[in-house]
Write a protein that binds this ligand. Structure first.
Ligand code: GDP
Ligand code: IMO
Ligand code: MG
Length: 424
């Protein structure tokens, strides 16, 4: 299959970075299509660990084209930091390409994110994501290509940044930004980045027309989707599979497979309802054993049992063709493991994920219990060598979600991945 989309099936941090890096070996081109530096994707090699925020997780392969698509919101300063950080560690970014249509996160977007989240309490990453997408949709944002037209940019930026200063000063009572200073900083940043900038949709198309394999790397996850997630406790983009088409500039007919990445349990960062959350020692065990602390903000992640209602929903919304189940090894020591198969809510048994957060917060999970395997599986390399109880757990997940697994992960490193079906 020439074009494969990889999406988070839960609330983010499912191990998309690790699986993207693993599959990138077989791909020619890796494309981020939404989100921004709110994402934190971890790639672990034998002796090295990389945290990627804006750059696709295929960057460790020097011969692969890595694209930041038009659907991404780019904090230029953070991107330069990320590029410099990779260069210092000997990783080349000469194959990186940035969409001229991608939106730019401005200093006032980050400030507004911080101020407004004090009221809205979503628990955002404070990376300016919501305000930047809001400006994009309101048609008052700036794209990478705008910054390359310096004279035109200055005129419009003075107007828009002037309005943001009035909002900050007159409504919020905060300090405004020096507009000329922002312009000089942005001009210096775009000057550093301009040689990466192209029409990335054309580049993706020429790859596909030439029979190359393209991997679309989602950030965040299905339940953080602005349309299909647990609104308003979501991010401001479409991480779901459809977002790949819009955010990269390809038609849906190009997409051959959609892989949902799911942790063997569930985590969430930030606020909002979470039916299977464990506020007990099992939750704490998952957090410690799974090292569940945010890659971007360092916040402890909320942890709970696997929720098959969510996985069925993710299968439907994304049209999943395959599952990748990560972090199975984190469950190694548990005598029993549970999977949520439905919600008991206001006297009813719900089998489908509810549309309303108010309903979701009243949902009590109905579980099936399974035998744990109580064995270290982190060194196992063949699916058939996994303990029977682990394979039973995976089979239950397949059956309950309606999607077959194509690979499972038993540790954070590249080689701790067991593939059962070829994806490209
Ligand atoms: P992403 O945002 O989906 O890319 O996920 P993150 O990188 O934010 O979080 C996933 C964390 O789990 C990272 O620290 C990974 O190194 C780690 N990880 C990924 N897969 C596995 C696995 O199978 N087992 C264990 N123990 N850790 C894993
Ligand atoms: P990756 O790609 C987990 C969460 C935030 C907050 C909500 C809105 O690493 O899986 P935002 O800053 O996007 O406006 O915050 O979304 N969030 C994530 N949670 N993983 C992520 O990315 C996330 N990106 C945003 O914690 O609840
Ligand atoms: Mg992450």
């Amino acid at each position: 299959m020439p074009a494969v989309v990889l999406v988070g099936a839960q609330w983010g941090d499912e191990g998309k970075g690790k699986i993207t890096d693993y599959l990138a070996d077989q791909a020619d081109c890796i494309v981020r299509y939404q989100g921004g530096s709110n994402a934190g994707h971890t790639v672990e090699l034998d002796h090295e660990k990389f945290m990627l925020h804006l750059i696709p997780s295929g960057i460790l392969y020097p011969e692969k084209t890595c694209i930041i698509g038009n659907g991404v919101v780019i904090d230029l300063g953070k991107l330069i930091e990320e590029i410099d950080g990779l260069h210092k560690r000997g990783v080349s970014t000469s194959n990186l390409r940035i969409s001229s249509r991608a939106s730019v996160v401005m200093p006032y977007h980050k400030k507004l994110d911080e101020i407004e989240d004090r009221t809205h309490n979503i628990g955002t990453t404070k990376r300016g994501i919501g305000p930047t997408y809001a400006d994009k949709i309101s048609r008052v944002g700036f794209r990478v290509s705008d910054l390359l037209q310096a004279d035109h940019f200055r005129v419009r930026f003075n107007v828009e940044a002037g309005m943001k200063n009035r909002l900050l000063q007159e409504f919020y009572g905060e300090a405004g930004f020096d507009i000329d200073e922002m312009i000089s900083e942005l001009m210096a940043q775009i000057d550093r980045l301009k040689h990466y900038v192209v029409d990335t949709s054309l580049l993706v198309h020429s790859n596909l027309r030439n029979g190359k394999k393209v991997l679309f790397e989602g950030a965040q996850g299905t339940l953080l989707d602005i349309d299909h997630g647990t609104y308003p406790y979501v991010t401001s983009s479409n991480p779901t599979a459809g977002g790949a088409c819009v955010g990269a500039g390809v038609g849906p007919t190009e997409i051959g497979r959609v892989i949902g990445i799911a942790k063997a349990y569930t985590t969430r960062v930030g606020e909002g309802p979470f039916p299977t959350e464990l506020l007990n020692e099992t939750g704490e065990f998952l957090r410690q054993k799974g090292a569940e602390f945010g890659t971007t903000t360092g916040r402890p992640r909320r942890c709970g049992w696997l929720d098959a209602v969510i996985l069925r929903y993710a299968a439907r919304i994304n049209g999943l063709t395959d599952l990748a189940i990560t972090k199975l090894d984190v469950l190694d020591e548990l005598p029993i493991v549970k999977i949520c198969v439905g919600y008991r809510c206001r006297g009813e048994l719900l089998k489908e994920f509810p549309e309303s957060n108010y309903v979701l917060q009243d949902c009590v999970p109905e579980y099936i219990e399974m035998q744990g395997w109580q064995q270290d599986i982190s060194g196992i390399t063949e699916y058939d060598d996994l303990p029977q109880a682990t394979r039973d757990y995976v089979s239950a997940v397949e059956e309950l979600s309606g999607v077959k697994q194509a690979l499972v992960a038993v540790g954070p490193k590249r080689n701790q991945t067991i593939v059962t079906h070829t994806l490209f």
